[in-house]
Design a protein around this ligand. Structure first.
Ligand SMILES: *[C@@H]1O[C@H](CO)[C@@H](O)[C@H](O)[C@H]1NC(C)=O
Ligand SMILES: *[C@@H]1O[C@H](CO)[C@@H](O)[C@H](O)[C@H]1NC(C)=O
Ligand SMILES: *[C@@H]1O[C@H](CO)[C@@H](O)[C@H](O)[C@H]1NC(C)=O
Ligand SMILES: *[C@@H]1O[C@H](CO)[C@@H](O)[C@H](O)[C@H]1NC(C)=O
Ligand SMILES: *[C@@H]1O[C@H](CO)[C@@H](O)[C@H](O)[C@H]1NC(C)=O
Ligand SMILES: *[C@@H]1O[C@H](CO)[C@@H](O)[C@H](O)[C@H]1NC(C)=O
Ligand SMILES: *[C@@H]1O[C@H](CO)[C@@H](O)[C@H](O)[C@H]1NC(C)=O
Ligand SMILES: *[C@@H]1O[C@H](CO)[C@@H](O)[C@H](O)[C@H]1NC(C)=O
Ligand SMILES: CC(=O)N[C@H]1CO[C@H](CO)[C@@H](O)[C@@H]1O
Length: 362
């Protein structure tokens, strides 16, 4: 690694303080979580036909009691690790689980948060639907939040109190990869630059739409993770390198999303956000894995570059030394590293506020 790179990395690892007493109550009243498999904590388990499932071993082998939970990870995922840093025990449970539970549990839990994320879902309504036989799209996740909001008002017996609580709560997002995975899945090797650029344009316009809809439901604090460099994800890698054409698009996704958020906040000045540059953060992990205490940033720990992690896959020895758990998702260890950056990183990687600053912002 060059000296300049290592100096730059040290600067970025020297994190900006946002002092936090881990023994006090959570920094925000509630956290509402939207997105795809990077944040899903068991939603898809409740979709009977959906084939995007992580409900079998060895998924969950490092989770308490070594149970598969529907998380696409060997243990906790990034939604859990972020929730822990905010002072919660882990991610709130999936909406689809809560609606099946008794009313008392439902009502007390929705005041602390709900996770709507669904593996295989994307920003566009159709993403993942045909491929995985039904996922909860972002549009449907937002409709589910609308239901929760009405339940909160009803429970607090005051829509003003509900609005005030939602106003102070965090809305977290990690979504967009599957829109691009679908493009490659359905077009195989025939994906052109124009197809990538057209999709990017549609996806970004629709993302803006989703964020504005949530803003209209009272969301004010938005914590957003952009997408990873998809050309480096094991399933998309070229034999000896990341797919740079695909990486160029995922970087541009971040740049355009930043523009969308600037626009939205200039139109709605009370809106606040924290945008993590997941693209660059992950590239740093691949270029300098030792700084993140990992050794292998190319191959999945479970399965290999050609066959995804399944019940019969070989699993690596030290899970914590790998960036990727399976062909698409990070290990629990890397979720901890990522959550720490989201929460506490400098504005080189998370801006204009990190999540801790966003949580405490007026
Ligand atoms: C965040 O950074 C501050 C200052 O460097 C440090 O004191 C604190 O422990 C960090 N918190 C977390 C959760 O990493
Ligand atoms: C699952 O698939 C079956 C057979 O195609 C269909 O009848 C059923 O409605 C589907 N269920 C859901 C929840 O989509
Ligand atoms: C939540 O709100 C929906 C829509 O208003 C309603 O159908 C449902 O019964 C409510 N659930 C609870 C537990 O109050
Ligand atoms: C939300 O918080 C902002 C900043 O504190 C405040 O200006 C606004 O009135 C609040 N809105 C509601 C509905 O509580
Ligand atoms: C932001 O808003 C300006 C003016 O309304 C518009 O020209 C521009 O295209 C918008 N950019 C994005 C990324 O939405
Ligand atoms: C992030 O990555 C892009 C694309 O590789 C690069 O042009 C840019 O300089 C990087 N930004 C930072 C802050 O490292
Ligand atoms: C990563 O692990 C794979 C097998 O799991 C191995 O073939 C490869 O050489 C490893 N790469 C590095 C850089 O350690
Ligand atoms: C990948 O795993 C499959 C199934 O376990 C195995 O058949 C195949 O040989 C492996 N490929 C490589 C390159 O190791
Ligand atoms: C706390 C609680 O009651 N959890 C239950 C909610 O519903 C799911 C599925 O119906 C159960 O598995 C949980 O134990």
């Amino acid at each position: 690694m060059g000296k300049r790179l290592s100096v730059m990395l040290m600067v970025f690892l020297g994190m900006v303080g946002c002092s936090l007493n881990m023994n006090t109550k959570p920094l925000v009243p509630a956290v509402y979580i939207f997105g795809d498999s990077t944040f899903d904590v068991g939603t898809n388990h409740f979709l009977s036909n959906c084939t995007a499932q992580a409900d079998h071993e060895p998924y969950g082998m490092d989770f308490p009691n070594s149970q598969p939970t529907g998380r696409f990870s060997n243990g906790y995922n990034t939604a859990d690790e972020i929730a822990k840093l905010l002072g919660f025990e882990m991610s709130p449970p999936p909406f689809l689980m809560l609606v099946q539970n008794d009313t008392e549990y439902f009502r007390s839990q929705i005041l602390k948060g709900v996770n709507f994320a669904s593996g295989g879902a994307g920003i566009l309504d159709e993403t993942g639907q045909e491929r995985f036989h039904g996922v909860v799209s972002m549009a449907d996740q937002i409709q589910q939040f609308a239901t929760v909001r009405s339940n909160i008002s009803e429970h607090l017996k005051s829509s003003a109190d509900a609005d005030a609580m939602i106003n102070e709560s965090l809305f977290l997002f990690s979504v967009g990869s599957n829109d691009f995975f679908d493009l490659y899945y359905y077009n195989n090797n025939a994906v052109t630059e124009k197809m990538r650029q057209d999709l990017l344009k549609n996806v970004i316009a629709r993302y803006e739409n989703h964020l504005e809809n949530l803003k209209n439901y009272g969301a004010r604090k938005f914590g957003i993770l952009s997408i990873a460099p998809l050309g480096c994800v094991p399933v998309m890698r070229l034999p000896n390198d990341c797919n740079q054409e695909l990486n160029a698009i995922t970087y541009k996704f971040y740049v355009l999303l930043k523009g969308v958020l600037k626009n939205l906040t200039s139109r709605f000045p009370e809106m606040k956000y924290s945008l993590t540059n997941t693209h660059n953060t992950t590239v740093e992990m691949i270029l300098a894995p030792e700084l993140f205490h990992i050794e292998n940033a190319t191959s999945p720990c479970c399965g290999n570059l050609t066959v995804n992690c399944g019940p019969d896959s070989a699993v690596c020895g030290n899970h914590d030394k790998y960036l990727f758990w399976d062909q698409f998702h990070p290990t629990q260890h890397v979720s901890v590293e990522a959550a720490t950056l989201v929460f506490n990183g400098t504005n080189l990687y998370v801006a204009p506020l990190n999540l801790c600053q966003l949580a405490l912002a007026k």
